[in-house]
Ligand binder design. Structure first.
Ligand code: PEP
Ligand code: MG
Length: 917
C-alpha cells in the first residue's frame, strides 16, 4: 500500500487524532481532535512530518505520491465548501501553516488568503459585496507571500519590514492612523506597489496560479524548519532537529469581514497566575496575525479582565459567541486535562476554532494549575508532579522589588509607565534596543533589559540574554509575552506610552527621554516600569519560609508550593541533602526541605575574620612544630563552626570533608600581605617568599591537594577530625543528637583512605574518651577521580559511605580543567561538539558510566553502602534523575536548589514506576 502523506479533517470527522502528534505535528493532531469532538473547525488537511524528513533526505524533493494525495484532498475540500480553488466566481481560499510535534510559537511561517490573484480577488469582492475586504485580503497575501515564501525580509537589525514601510507611507500620505482607514483605491495601489517591490528586488513575478502559490507555500514551510530562528529555538528548547514539521492547509475563515467578525487568542486558565478563569484577547474586524504581532493592542475577552472601563470585552460585544467560546474552553481544558492556548475567528457572527495546544505558562501558573487540577479531580498527584518542570521552581523563588524602595521610586517620580504584566518577577538592567546588542552587552558582563516596539522570533537569543523584556506594543499573547514567559523572563508588554526610536537609540516616555545604557527597572507582576535601579527582595515563598515576614495563610503561592512539594516527598526515593558550610546556609536548606548535609567544605571557613593568618602560618611553617602551633589556633575556631552546624542540623547527618584545595590558594597576594605575615610569624620576608616558591605547582588541580595533603601532613587531618569530634561531643552533651560523617577527598587508592581513616579514628577515640561521650560517626570518601570509581570494591572496604564528587570526576574523566574550560567550552557548545556543559549537566554516558561502575563495585563489597553525590550536578534535574536510576541514596545540592531536587527526584521515581507499567 502506498504511504499516506495527507490527512483530511472536516465535517465532524478527521483522519487523525491528538495522539498522532509526531506524524501530524501538534497543530494538525489537535485540529483533528477538535474536529472529532464536534467543535467547529474550518476543514482542511495536514501533510505529515514524514514528508519533511523525506524532503531533506532527497535534496528538497517530495515523495511521488504526494501530489496526487494533495490534489485529492483539495477536491474533497472544494466539494465540502462548494467552492473551487482558483475559481473566479466562488474562489476557495486557504491558509498554509507549519506545525511541528513540539510547539515552536512564532518560529515557523504562515501564509494566509492563499488562492487570491488578480481575477479571484474580483470574484471575492463580488461575492462578499465588499471590495475593501477583498483587496485587504489580497494585499496581506501578497505581502505574506513576498516575505515568507519569496524571502523579502529586513536585512539589518535597524531595518523595517519593506512591505510595512510601503503601507506606512500610504497611511502617512492619506493622513490616517490605522490600516483599516485606507480606501479601496489605496489598497489596490498597495497591491501594485507590493508586486512591483517583488519584481524589483527579486526579479521574479508574484505567481498568479493558485497551485503554484500552494506548492510555493508548502515548500516554504518545510524550508522554514531549518531557518536560523527555528534552529535557535530548537537549540534553546532541546528539540531534536530531525523531527520535522507538518504542513496544515486549511480553508480560510475571515475575521476581517466587518464589525460582526473578529479574531482572538485565549487561554483556558490565566497563564500568568494559573487562576481558573478564561483569559484572552480579541480584535474586532481583524485577521489572525494582528493579535499576536502586536500591531493593534487587543481588547480583553471578558469583563473581569478589564482594567480600562473604556474598552469593550467580547463578553459585552458578542455575548452569545462569548458563551459558546467559554463552553468550548471548559470542554478543551477538561478533555486535554491541561491548560490550553486557543485561537479563534468569528466570521460574520459564526465562531470557528483554529487551534488548541497546551499553553505556555509561568512557573507560578504551572504550579497553580497542577495543584488546582488535583483539587478539581482532573489530575492525580503523580500526574501533577509530572506537569511541573523542576526548573520552573526558580520562578517561585525569584526576587521581587523591595516594596519600600518601590514606594520611594513612585514618590520620587521615577515611575515611567505601565504595561501588561506578562512575566512575573522583578528585573533591573541597562536599556538596549535590539537583540544583538543585548547578547553583546551581556557578554561584556552587563545586565540588560531588552526594549523593543515588539519582539519577533529573530530576537530570541537577545531575549534569553536579557534580565527582562519590555515592549511598547502587543498583548499578553504577543511574541514577547509568550516567549518571555516560557523562558521565565520578567516581561512587561504593550506599554503604549513608550515612543521608541531605534535609530536614535532612545525612547520618550511621557515627556522624558531615556537612552540606551540608562538603567530601568521593570515589574513583571504589576506591569510597572521605572527609571533607575530598584533593589529587589525575596519571593513570597522565601518570605514565608526564611524571613518569616509573611504568614503561610497569606500566600497562595506558598500554599501551592507546599502542596506540590509534599506530594513530591511522598513519591521520591532519593534523599535530598545540601551543600552548606555555615549554620545559616544549613538553616536555609532545612527550610527548603534538606534532610542532611552532603558536603561541608571546611576550607570555606578559613577566610572568615583573621583566620586566614593562622592558615597561612600553618602552610608556611618550617616544620611539624610550627604547623602544630598554627593548627592549635585553628582548632577552636573550626570546632565552633561545627557546633553551630550540628545544632542547626539537629541529628540529621552532617558530612564534613577534610581539607581539599591546593595550599597555594590560601597564600598571601602582594608585597603588603607578605610583609604582614612575615612579621606575624617572626621570620624574614625572604624566607616566606622562598617557602611560597617551594609550594608553587605547575598544575595545582592535579597537584598536592585532597587527601594527599592529609597524608603528607597528618596533623592537619588530625586537627580537623578532633575539631569535628569535640564539637560533636559537646553538642551531644547539650542534648542535641549528632551524626557526623567525615569525608576524605580525592581518594584514588584504597591505601590513601586506609591511612586517613586511621588518623581520623585515633582523633575520634581521643575526643570521645576525653568527653566520656559516644558519638555515632562514620568515615567515608569522595569518589572523584576515575581510579576511585574503578577500584571502588577495594575502597569500599575502608569506607562507611561514598559521595560522588562529580565536579572533579567530570574534570578528570574528560581531562579538562575546571578553571580553564571556559576558554573553549562556549565554542564547543555552539558548534554542538558537546550538547551541554558537562559541569552543568552530568555527562551520563561518560562520567555517568564511571559512577555506575563505582556504585556496582562499592556495593559488591558492602551491599548496603550508602552512596550520594555532592558535585554541582546534585541540583540539576536531569542529573538528579540519573542519580535515582543508578540507585544512589541521596543527592546533595546548594540550598536554593533543594526544592528543585525534591521535585526532580519525585519525577524520577514516577517515571520509573510508569516504565515498569
Ligand atoms: C566535586 O569535586 O564534585 C566536589 C564536590 O568537590 P569540590 O567541588 O570542592 O572539588
Ligand atoms: Mg572535588
Amino acid at each position: 500500500m502506498a504511504s499516506k502523506y495527507v490527512y483530511f479533517f472536516g465535517g465532524g470527522k478527521a483522519d487523525g487524532k491528538a495522539e498522532m502528534k509526531n506524524l501530524l505535528g501538534g497543530k494538525g493532531a489537535n485540529i483533528a481532535e477538535m474536529t472529532n469532538l464536534g467543535i467547529p473547525v474550518p476543514p482542511g488537511f495536514t501533510i505529515t512530518t514524514e514528508v519533511c524528513t523525506y524532503f531533506y533526505e532527497h535534496g528538497r524533493q517530495y515523495p511521488p505520491e504526494l501530489e496526487g494525495q494533495v490534489e485529492e484532498a483539495l477536491r474533497k475540500l472544494e466539494e465540502m465548501m462548494g467552492r473551487k480553488f482558483g475559481d473566479v466566481e466562488k474562489p476557495l481560499l486557504v491558509s498554509v501553516r507549519s506545525g511541528a510535534a513540539s510547539s515552536m510559537p512564532g518560529m515557523m511561517d504562515t501564509v494566509l488568503n492563499l488562492g487570491l490573484n488578480d481575477r479571484t480577488v474580483e470574484g471575492l469582492a463580488k461575492e462578499t459585496q465588499d471590495e475593501r475586504f477583498a483587496y485587504d485580503c489580497y494585499r496581506r497575501f501578497v505581502a505574506m507571500y513576498g516575505d515568507v515564501v519569496l524571502g523579502l525580509k529586513p536585512v539589518e537589525k535597524d531595518d523595517v519590514d519593506p512591505f510595512d514601510e510601503l503601507i506606512e507611507k500610504m497611511r502617512e500620505k492619506r493622513g490616517v492612523e490605522f490600516d483599516n482607514q485606507l480606501s479601496v483605491a489605496d489598497l489596490k495601489e498597495l497591491v501594485q506597489q507590493y508586486k512591483n517591490l517583488i519584481r524589483e528586488k527579486l526579479s521574479t513575478e508574484f505567481p498568479q496560479d493558485p497551485m503554484a502559490q500552494l506548492w510555493g507555500s508548502i515548500g516554504a514551510v518545510f524550508g522554514s524548519w531549518n531557518n536560523p530562528r527555528a534552529i535557535a529555538y530548537r537549540e534553546l528548547n532541546d528539540i531534536p532537529a530531525d523531527m520535522g514539521t507538518a504542513v496544515n492547509v486549511q480553508c480560510m475563515v475571515f475575521g476581517n469581514m466587518g464589525d460582526d467578525s473578529g479574531t482572538g487568542v485565549g487561554f483556558t486558565r490565566n497563564p500568568a497566575t494559573g487562576e481558573n478563569v478564561f483569559y484572552g484577547e480579541y480584535l474586532i474586524n481583524a485577521q489572525g496575525e494582528d493579535v499576536v504581532a502586536g500591531i493593534r493592542t487587543p481588547q480583553p475577552i471578558n469583563k473581569i479582565q478589564k482594567s480600562d472601563p473604556n474598552t469593550l470585552s467580547l463578553e459585552e460585544t458578542m455575548p452569545e459567541i462569548y458563551q459558546e467560546l467559554d463552553e468550548i474552553r471548559r470542554k478543551l481544558d477538561r478533555h486535554y486535562r491541561d491548560m490550553q492556548d486557543i485561537e479563534f475567528t468569528i466570521q460574520k457572527g459564526k465562531l470557528w476554532m483554529l487551534q488548541t495546544r497546551s499553553g505556555k505558562r509561568t512557573g507560578f501558573a504551572s504550579f497553580k494549575i497542577a495543584v488546582d487540577m488535583v483539587r478539581e479531580g482532573i489530575l492525580s498527584k503523580e500526574e501533577a508532579l509530572m506537569r511541573v518542570e523542576p526548573d520552573q521552581l526558580n520562578q517561585l523563588l525569584r526576587p521581587i522589588f523591595d516594596p519600600r524602595a518601590k514606594q520611594e521610586a513612585l514618590k520620587s517620580g521615577s515611575f515611567l509607565a505601565k504595561g501588561l504584566n506578562a512575566g512575573p518577577g522583578a528585573a533591573t538592567g541597562r536599556i538596549v534596543f535590539n537583540a544583538p546588542d543585548a547578547t553583546e552587552w551581556v557578554k561584556r558582563g552587563e545586565r540588560v533589559i531588552l526594549v523593543r516596539l515588539e519582539t519577533s522570533p529573530e530576537d530570541i537569543r537577545g531575549m534569553h540574554a536579557s534580565q527582562g523584556i519590555l515592549t511598547a506594543r502587543g498583548g499578553m499573547t504577543s511574541h514577547a509575552a509568550l516567549v518571555g514567559r516560557q523562558m521565565g523572563k520578567v516581561c512587561v508588554v504593550g506599554c503604549n506610552d513608550l515612543e521608541i526610536s531605534y535609530r536614535d537609540r532612545l525612547m520618550r516616555v511621557n515627556g522624558r527621554v531615556v537612552k540606551e545604557g540608562d538603567w530601568i527597572s521593570i515589574d513583571g507582576t504589576t506591569g510597572e516600569v521605572f527609571a533607575g535601579e530598584i533593589p529587589t527582595e525575596p519571593s513570597e515563598v522565601l518570605r514565608v519560609l526564611l524571613d518569616k515576614t509573611l504568614g503561610p495563610e497569606d500566600s497562595q503561592v506558598y500554599q501551592d508550593y507546599m502542596a506540590l512539594l509534599s506530594w513530591a516527598d511522598e513519591c521520591r526515593r532519593l534523599g535530598i541533602w545540601t551543600n552548606a558550610d555555615q549554620p545559616n546556609q544549613a538553616e536555609t536548606a532545612i527550610a527548603f526541605g534538606a534532610e542532611g548535609i552532603g558536603l561541608t567544605r571546611t576550607e570555606h571557613m578559613f577566610f572568615e575574620g583573621d583566620r586566614i593568618d593562622a592558615v597561612r602560618e600553618m602552610i608556611l611553617a618550617a616544620d611539624l612544630e610550627g604547623r602544630e602551633k598554627a593548627l592549635a589556633k585553628l582548632l577552636p575556631m573550626q570546632k565552633e563552626d561545627f557546633k553551630g552546624i550540628f545544632r542547626v542540623m539537629n541529628g540529621r547527618p552532617v558530612t564534613i570533608r577534610t581539607l581539599d584545595p591546593p595550599l597555594h590558594e590560601f597564600l598571601p597576594h602582594g608585597r603588603q600581605e607578605l610583609q604582614k605575615l612575615a612579621t606575624q610569624m617572626g621570620v624574614s620576608v625572604d624566607r616566606v617568599e622562598a617557602k611560597m616558591q617551594g609550594l608553587h605547582e605547575a598544575n595545582p588541580m592535579l597537584g598536592h591537594r585532597g587527601c594527599r595533603l592529609g597524608i603528607v601532613y597528618p596533623e592537619i587531618t588530625s586537627m580537623q577530625a578532633r575539631a569535628i569530634m569535640e564539637a560533636a561531643c559537646e553538642v551531644t552533651q547539650e542534648g542535641i543528637p549528632v551524626h557526623p560523617e567525615i569525608m576524605i577527598p580525592l581518594v584514588g587508592h584504597v591505601a590513601e583512605l586506609k591511612n586517613q581513616r586511621k588518623v581520623v579514628e585515633q582523633a575520634a577515640r581521643e575526643a570521645m574518651d576525653h568527653y566520656g561521650v559516644t558519638v555515632d560517626y562514620r568515615v567515608g570518601t569522595m569518589i572523584e577521580v576515575p581510579r576511585g570509581a574503578v577500584t571502588a570494591d577495594e575502597i569500599a572496604r575502608e569506607a562507611d559511605f561514598f559521595s560522588f564528587g562529580t565536579n572533579d570526576l567530570t574534570q578528570t574523566v574528560y581531562g579538562i580543567s575546571r578553571d580553564d574550560a571556559g576558554k573553549f567550552l562556549p565554542a564547543y557548545i555552539e558548534m554542538r561538539i558537546w550538547e551541554h556543559d558537562p559541569f552543568d549537566r552530568l555527562d551520563q554516558v561518560g562520567v555517568g558510566t564511571l559512577m555506575e561502575i563505582g556504585v556496582k563495585k562499592g556495593r559488591a563489597t558492602k551491599p548496603n553502602l550508602k552512596i550520594g553525590i555532592c558535585g554541582e550536578h546534585g541540583g540539576e534535574p536531569s542529573s538528579v534523575e540519573f542519580c535515582h536510576r543508578i540507585g544512589l541514596d541521596y543527592v546533595s545540592c546548594s540550598p536554593y536548589r533543594v526544592p528543585i531536587a525534591r521535585l526532580a527526584a519525585a519525577r524520577a521515581a514516577i517515571r520509573e514506576k510508569q516504565a515498569k507499567g
